[in-house]
Design a protein around this ligand. Structure first.
Ligand SMILES: CC(C)(COP(=O)(O)OP(=O)(O)OC[C@H]1O[C@@H](n2cnc3c(N)ncnc32)[C@H](O)[C@@H]1OP(=O)(O)O)[C@@H](O)C(=O)NCCC(=O)NCCS
Length: 192
């Protein structure tokens, strides 16, 4: 599942399978599937950024065509989530190394609303937590989310993450002050 690359960084090399899903790196063939959900205003509503363009989707996929190192602050592992044995991408999960020194990582998820309400986001994020605490040796994984993003808060809670902060009006979303929850889990709290 992970290998060590030439510069001594860890690198996810193969798909991760769960009961119903396969998590794997995106390829250029996935651009339309990714754009189908990343272009939607309702998907971007709580992300403090506009929906992605088709070019934006393609660029971030192309930037990771050679795989992703897991070594320095800012390294980001982006994985497509597919249903086992079925074509197409239903969503994505992302893990960013925010502090290599303190082994801290931020997790996130974005799914196509057509595939909502089936537990796919929770299942995929659980697999990514496993990868983070296992092969990638994270000490703490956290998620930051708009307090209005109740579906995402439920994903955190189903995963067993602790709500450890409520930041009040710490960001500006257009002309709306946004408030944020931070959920987190430590390696020793992860039951696998
Ligand atoms: C956040 C997001 C991924 C959550 O999607 P979701 O469909 O609610 O989450 P899941 O895929 O884990 O599905 C969970 C739901 O499926 C239900 N479910 C149905 N069948 C299930 C099954 N077999 N297993 C588990 N859950 C199942 C659960 O009860 C749950 O419903 P509930 O939340 O109403 O209780 C989605 O809303 C999204 O992509 N939002 C836009 C992007 C975004 O805001 N990302 C987060 C940034 S911090």
């Amino acid at each position: 599942m992970t290998a060590v690359s030439k510069n001594n960084a860890k690198r996810v090399t193969a798909p991760v399978a769960t009961e119903r899903l396969v998590l794997r790196p995106f390829t250029s063939a996935d651009v339309e599937d990714r754009y189908a959900y990343q272009r939607l205003p309702e998907v971007a509503r709580h992300l403090y950024r506009p929906p992605l363009t088709r070019e934006g989707c393609a660029e971030s996929i192309a930037a990771r065509a050679e795989g992703t190192d897991w070594r320095t602050d800012g390294d980001t592992l982006l994985l497509a989530v597919c249903r086992a044995g079925e074509p197409g991408v239903v969503g994505e999960v992302v893990l960013t190394l925010t502090s290599a020194h303190a082994r801290q990582a931020e997790i996130g998820w974005v799914f196509n609303p057509r595939h909502a309400g089936r537990g796919y986001a929770t299942e995929a994020a659980g697999a990514l937590l496993s990868l983070a605490f296992g092969q990638l040796d994270a000490h703490r994984v956290f998620a930051r989310l708009d307090v209005l993003n109740t579906a995402s808060a439920r994903v955190c809670e189903r995963l067993g993450m602790r709500r450890e902060a409520h930041l009040v009006e710490n960001d500006l979303d257009g002309d709306r002050w946004g408030s944020e929850y931070v959920y987190a889990m430590l390696a020793r709290e992860w039951k696998g």
